[in-house]
Ligand binder design. Sequence first.
Ligand code: NAD
Length: 492
Amino acid sequence: MKSTRDSVFLDGRPTASAGTAQFTVVNPTTEEPYGNYAIGTAEDVDRAVTSARRAMAAASWQRTEVEERCDLVLRLRDLLAQEAAELAELHARTLGTPVTTGRHLGGAAGLIDMFVDSARRSPWEFLRADPGGRTTLVTRQPVGVVAGILPWNTPIRSEVKKVVPAVLAGCAVVLKPSPEGAFTSFAFAELCTKAGFPPGIVNVVPGDGATGEALVRHPGVTKVAFTGSTATGSRIAAAASPAFKRLQLELGGKSAAIVLDDADIGRAAPILSRANWGNSGQMCVSLSRVLVSRSRRSELVDALVEHAQRQVVGDPRDAATTMGPLVNRTQRDRVLDYLQTGIDEGACLATGGAPAPTSERGWFVPPAVFADVQPTARIAQEEIFGPIVTVIGYDSLDEAVAIANDSPYGLHGAVYSTDEQRALDVARRIHSGSVAINEFYLAPSAPFGGVKQSGIGREHGPEGYDSFLEYVSYDIPAALATSLRAHGLRDG
Ligand code: NAD
């Protein structure tokens, strides 16, 4: 199957790109071309932003009630569910995601329900009485056109996180998918049109870093919502700063899981297995540094090795497969380099390693466990974004917390203990945006995002929805405030 696209999706439909340079998406299992599209140019970006601005300014869109916008995104949720098997097939062919996990679309339905709930609960305006006697009418308005710049590792989930809260808030969006993820964003935009989104509310300009940078710099864009690496986030922040654009940056991680001396290893190991081999380790929230009390080191390493060896690495379209290939050759080579680095740094490779040279195709790397890793080693400090877990021993809780916090990142974390209160006490000492107790994932309504070099701002929950709104305050006379209260406006 080979697919080609006109490339730009604007005004509710696919349109020819102004450019001629092509990107070829390659199937990471077969290494054969899946399809081509034209790389978006600065002119395409301008057309898409113009389309978004026009759609946002249309009287018909400005008049929509939040409940109508909730209906739109709930229709989108239902269409995504209907198309889940086909989308999973697309993700297997273009990204290497196993169809068994791909069918859940990264929990997109739960995210949409959560954003709808947040929008329904959030008042558009309220009064605030000041202790000094004055009253303010506080209103919330859509922030403006949003540039959504996406990674490839969480298809559909990424699109939902940028588009759904923005549209509920009344904004229009221009998506710039990752080069490998463009076919997903096209499919998503087509479902938005099918769900009844007005033309121009969701636009897609695929391309590379230059396309993304043109979008960030476009004067018609008010907010940049980016998910990707810390290095790219830093470039985007620099490009957005001259115009003081609103920034939401969801960046990289090297999260620590602390296994306490009283942990139930039989329960923790499968969770750590999911947290490191899921999506072939290509997850920002991977718990890739596992800190274990030295008294439990051997037990934990044996359990992780057993779980690693249970993974079925293979064709992502096969229902038995639990781990597909890495997304592209560059990513595979990067992970193999880190495997060699770990060996050179003197860590003990308990399982895994470079695949034997074979005539078979595909960018596969089997799961690897490094034990006895020094906390300062490169494999313990740098984000690998692949199926490599580093196990680090500690002697005291203070030492464990110090190692966990000795990282430029602060995205996620976890603590495992049979004493849940003790685990929470340790979790509170970890400097990161979130920590799970005896778990890995977060609920959709939990504010999600990083500290330090893992990002700025929070996605998900009411906080995530709120970030697509701007507050405007009106100082109003007392009599007007009384009249507005009499007409039902509440204080907040
Ligand atoms: P990446 O930074 O290479 O690319 C992300 C996107 O930015 C792509 O669409 C890319 O084309 C675009 N881009 C590149 N240069 C740009 C520029 N100068 N201006 C504007 N856009 C530009 O990231 P990736 O390899 O696609 O994804 C992996 C990274 O994403 C990992 O570091 C991972 O931790 C991170 N990630 C973070 C989260 C989170 O929520 N914190 C979630 C998923 C992935």
